[in-house]
Design a protein around this ligand. Structure first.
Ligand code: OXD
Ligand code: MN
Length: 600
């Protein structure tokens, strides 16, 4: 069937297990894409949008029970529970294999089994890796066409002996025994998204949506790749990659980890408000980094498209994303306009008078429920982004000068601070958190920690992953990127955001750019280097002195209150927490105590 014997054996094995009616090896061609969309149209789940308004684009409505990633049904099946760590759902690999065998047996009856060879990263890049997804969903095939590189070039690159990550996916809805097909087949009562670290395999059953089903993205590019990266000395991260150029034409590449729904796509496509700077996009979600022969860390975006959250995306918040969406898109669970186009909350300030909502029901403004599902998505090729960087497919990747970490913190964490060392930066990454509840003034809201924005995506023990970061620092000290901790979400006493965010974040990027060159001074504090009052361009923002102070001050009391929370958090990982991080915590405590004593 293919030239790779290992692949052929595996395809046969899965065919025997799943018993499909037919097998098709996908070639990634436009013809194949249109065939898939035709199948979805015939099934009544996809609708072609008005060709004059949104050429070659489709609206898909999923089953209302299958609308998002399901973390509670995502499993890491390492040999021991400790290897998976306390932040993952662990399942015994033998038991899970047994369960999956019985679920997958005959699960593709009445369907075609698609074999999708895909490359995560530009084909032939030394940073890229190959996977093969077997799926019984034409929606998955079409989406993989956009989100990854699919087809013959991948099989050629794989060659007769090449290794691939095997990814098996079924919607879990065989058409047999008198059962008729439904528009969006799925099996939410038997959902399993399972990862086997030792054999680097992925098995996903019961969902057709997003990260549950497009196995190249979170399952491979983060969970399995984080394990490969640990074993092979590289980094697989939940990060955007942007290219920042100053008025002299000097360019730096910055990677940034932010938890889901913190505006990564917006930052990756930002339109700077300050003169002289331009931002271009390399990636908006995932970043793979390997060290070049020159000792520098080089990054690729392993994806080929954007699978972005639609609601909240509009010309005022992310014009570049909107312009990317003019044609050749799949929209899932958005609302439909009466003239056959799409709409979602935040696309325009006012909703149209009448819509068909994501469930296919008539909708008018004020009807209570949102017209688009809050996790409605657009799927679009990255090449369509008007600010995609020319070098986004560069085989050797782009050299990374700075890494950003950030969460949503109403309190304590300043607008930006620079770690004084890789270890301190790793410490900041390990404590990234967002406030779940509104904090009263002077208190800290309930925190959800999301270290390095990897909480649902790290394929092994989170504290061992921190150790991997520390080890990278030890091995590659000299030319590592600088690390910064940013927070766009600081609130004032009235609960309003202090920092305007969006394009104004370019002011912080400018400071980071200059810090990388040592071109601007900073103040040394217990939490690293902070901007001086005139170091950050705040012109014409109209921020009060109080606001600026809240954004740039070290909230020593707030940090002192937070230290025991960090200690408790670290304690939940037991012996696995790297000594270096415990030392960073101790050091921070010592320095904060000295500051509070001085002030007193
Ligand atoms: C995503 C996520 O979809 O992080 O990118 O949830
Ligand atoms: Mn993400």
């Amino acid at each position: 069937m293919t030239q790779n014997e290992g692949l052929d054996l595996w395809i046969n094995e899965i065919k025997e297990l799943c018993q499909p009616d037919a097998i098709r090896i996908c070639d990634g061609s436009p013809k194949e894409f249109h065939e898939m969309m035709g199948l979805l149209e015939n099934a009544g789940v996809a609708k072609k949008l008005n060709e004059d308004l949104r050429p070659n684009s489709y609206l898909v409505r999923s089953d209302p029970a299958d609308v998002a990633r399901v973390e509670s049904r995502t499993f890491i099946c390492s040999e021991t529970e400790e290897e998976a760590g306390p932040t993952n759902n662990w399942a015994d690999p033998q038991e899970m294999r047994g369960k999956l065998r019985s679920l997958f047996r005959g699960c593709m009856r009445g369907r075609t089994m698609f074999v999708i060879p895909f490359s995560m990263g530009p084909v032939g890049s030394p940073i890229a890796h190959i996977g093969v997804e077997i799926s019984d969903s034409p929606y998955v095939v079409a989406s993989m066409h956009i989100m990854t590189r699919v087809g013959k070039s991948v099989l050629d690159e794989l060659g007769p002996e090449g290794q691939f990550v095997p990814c098996v996916h079924s919607v879990g809805f065989p058409i047999a025994d008198g059962i008729v097909d439904v528009p969006w087949p799925c099996n939410p009562d038997n959902l399993y998204i399972s990862h086997f670290p030792s054999s680097r395999e992925i098995w996903s059953f019961g969902s057709g949506y997003g990260g549950n089903a497009l196995l190249g993205k979170k399952c491979f590019a983060l969970r399995i790749a984080s394990i490969m990266a640990r074993d092979e000395g590289w980094m697989a991260e939940h990060m955007l990659i942007l290219k920042l150029t100053n008025s002299e034409g000097v360019t730096k590449y910055i990677a940034g980890a932010f938890p889901s729904a913190c505006g990564k796509t917006n930052l990756a496509m930002l339109v700077p408000t300050i003169p002289g700077y331009t931002v271009e996009t390399v990636g908006d979600d995932i970043c793979w980094m390997k060290f070049g022969e020159d000792g520098q860390l080089y990054a690729i975006n392993p994806e080929a498209g954007f699978f972005g959250v639609a609601p909240g995306t509009g010309m005022s918040t992310n014009p570049n994303a909107m312009l990317a969406l003019n044609e050749n898109c799949i929209f899932t669970n958005v609302a439909e306009t009466m003239d056959g186009d799409i709409w979602w909350e935040g696309m325009t300030s006012e909703a149209p008078d009448q819509l068909i909502d994501w469930r296919g029901q008539n909708w008018t403004p004020g009807s209570g429920a949102p017209a688009a599902h809050p996790n409605a998505r657009f799927t679009v090729s990255a090449a369509q982004c008007p600010v995609i960087a020319d070098e986004w497919e560069e085989l050797k990747g782009v050299p990374i000068s700075a890494i950003l970490f950030g969460g949503r913190r109403a309190t304590v964490v300043p607008l930006v601070n620079e770690a004084t060392s890789w270890n301190q930066g790793t410490f900041f990454g390990s404590i990234v958190s967002s406030e779940k509840t509104a904090a009263a003034s002077g208190t800290i809201g309930e925190l959800r920690r999301d270290p390095m924005a990897m909480l649902p995506f790290c394929g092994y023990n989170m504290a061992d992953y921190w150790q991997h970061w520390i080890d990278i620092g030890k091995r590659h000290g000299a030319r590592l990127p600088k690390i910064f901790y940013v927070n766009w979400f600081r609130k004032d006493e009235q609960g309003s955001f202090i920092w305007p965010g969006f394009g104004e974040n370019s002011r912080v990027l400018e400071w980071i750019f200059k810090r990388c060159d040592g071109a601007v001074d900073a103040v040394e504090t217990p939490i690293g280097m902070l901007p001086t009052l005139d170091g950050l361009n705040l012109d014409q923002l109209g921020l009060s002195e109080d606001a600026i102070a809240s954004l740039l001050r070290v909230d020593a009391d707030g940090w002192m209150t937070e230290l025991p929370l960090i200690e408790d958090y670290y304690a939940s990982f037991g012996e696995h927490v790297p000594e270096e991080l415990k030392e960073e915590l101790e050091e921070l405590k010592r320095k904060l105590e000295a500051v509070t004593v001085n002030v007193a």
